[in-house]
Design a binder for this molecule. Structure first.
Ligand code: AMP
Length: 225
């Protein structure tokens, strides 16, 4: 996939590896990864008006209202760095967001290339979420077992402190998964009908899953890569 750029959506419940795979895809194609959760977390940290609104929903494990989220993505996709494409990680999450994204793509005059749904067994999701750590400064994700930082508790990239995401506690995760099932899971049918859905088995290490995603996108995958 090159030439006209690449426009991808990553779909899947919390903890399946959207952020990690999004970063790898961003490096592969040289296009930005747009994580709505990351943008909201930064806004919360900076206490912007949007962050103040988003925080109450995020802390409860609920989705931020569509009008706020759609406005945010619309603005982000207008930035010059998306000219050659983008990877949406965590958007769309509702039918209304999916319809709004269609309208945005229509206005751009270029369609989405693919929607990658990452599927992982529930027990593995629990393992990933409980071991997940996040750099409080640059948001790089780590895992205490499978992707530890070189120095415990310190980000390899920027030296920032690694924290547990406040919404990764058990009760909030249950709500987040329920929100996913109710509001986001139906989007798989929507994108399957549009011929865009690629389902990828995420029950493997990061490199193996990345290889599967590349294969699903029709990219040549080098042996051992
Ligand atoms: P994530 O980092 O993708 O797990 O997102 C963290 C939280 O940010 C979610 O639990 C929601 O509260 C909020 N959020 C992220 N993306 C969206 C979205 N597309 N629509 C509504 N809320 C979102």
């Amino acid at each position: 996939m090159t030439g006209r750029g690449v426009r991808l959506v990553l779909l899947g419940p919390p903890g399946v590896g959207k952020g990690t795979q999004g970063r790898l895809l961003s490096a592969l194609y040289g296009i930005p990864q747009i994580g709505t959760g990351d943008i909201f977390r930064t806004a919360v940290k900076e206490r912007t008006p949007m962050g103040v609104v988003a925080k109450t929903y995020m802390d409860a494990g609920k989705l931020v209202p569509d009008d706020v989220t759609i406005g945010l993505v619309e603005e982000r996709l207008a930035a010059a760095d998306t000219a050659n494409g983008f990877i949406l990680d965590g958007f769309p999450r509702t039918a209304q967001q999916a319809t709004a994204l269609d309208a945005m793509m229509h206005r751009r005059g270029v369609p989405l290339d693919a929607v990658i749904e990452i599927v992982v067994d529930p027990a593995e999701v629990v393992r990933r979420l409980t071991g997940r750590r996040l750099c409080a400064v640059c948001q790089t994700p780590y895992h205490v077992e499978s992707a530890p930082s070189r120095l415990p508790g310190v980000c390899d990239k920027c030296g920032g402190p690694l924290i547990l995401r406040p919404d990764d506690d058990e009760a909030t995760v249950v709500t987040r998964v329920a929100e996913y099932q109710r509001k986001t899971a139906p989007l798989t049918d929507y994108y399957r009908a549009a011929g865009l859905l690629r389902v990828v088995d995420g029950n493997a290490d990061v490199e193996t899953v990345f290889g599967r995603i590349r294969a699903a996108l029709g990219e040549p995958v080098r042996p051992g890569a």
